[in-house]
Design a protein around this ligand. Structure first.
Ligand SMILES: N[C@@H](CCC(=O)N[C@@H](CS)C(=O)NCC(=O)O)C(=O)O
Ligand SMILES: N[C@@H](CCC(=O)N[C@@H](CS)C(=O)NCC(=O)O)C(=O)O
Ligand code: FES
Lengths: 104, 104
């Protein structure tokens, strides 16, 4: 579908993408982690898109298996949610993924 | 107002009360912390109350100054949100507050 193409283009053309909800603290945590690491992610607030928000959220579930937010992509690769992202950060892997993605 | 009385009765008659939203991970964190500490809080899911949910949320803001969820009360006392509750837990104060409240 066209909306599915939009998601695929978005995550391939932007090194860091976060599908988010503006009021959600788990999403805020992920956004401020990237900011702290000097990366400016593309943030898509699903609650600010009217009816397209729920549509995107369902499509993301079909594409990634994940329905929840935050939904994080780095270098076109699906990373996961807040817990997954923090786990990678503590292991030291997140910064490697970020520099690879930004370098592309 | 009558709804305001309901809140005041709820927090005075129940040792631990969490105003919550069922999909919110910060609320889940607080609920599982209390469960881990052997306390069964009274949980009010504001997203499951139809139009009364937003009404309660605005009243809670008027009463406590806090609009966000989770909104936590122990022994009738306003504790705060997820971060505040975790802070008290790490300081060792949360368990003291809980035993006092449960003992009442
Ligand atoms: N463990 C996941 C939890 C994700 C989660 O439960 N997200 C909630 C918001 S905090 C959610 O998307 N709920 C459904 C919704 O808001 O539509 C993570 O770390 O990201
Ligand atoms: N620092 C606060 C953050 C609270 C917060 O921002 N809560 C969000 C959900 S995670 C909220 O209530 N947003 C407005 C809403 O859902 O109505 C805490 O630790 O509880
Ligand atoms: S909505 Fe509360 S942490 Fe996501």
């Amino acid at each position: 579908s066209r909306l599915e193409e939009t998601i695929k283009n978005t995550v391939s053309q932007n090194p860091v993408v976060v599908y988010s909800k503006s009021w959600c603290s788990y999403c805020s945590e992920v956004k401020s982690l990237f900011k702290k690491l000097g990366t400016q992610p593309l943030v898509i607030e699903l609650d600010e898109l009217g009816p397209q928000g729920p549509q995107l959220q369902k499509l993301l579930e079909r594409i990634t298996g994940q329905y929840t937010v935050p939904n994080v992509f780095i270098g076109g690769q699906h990373i996961g949610g807040c817990t997954d992202t923090l786990k990678l950060y503590r292991k030291g892997d997140l910064e490697t993924l970020l520099s690879d993605a930004v370098a592309k």
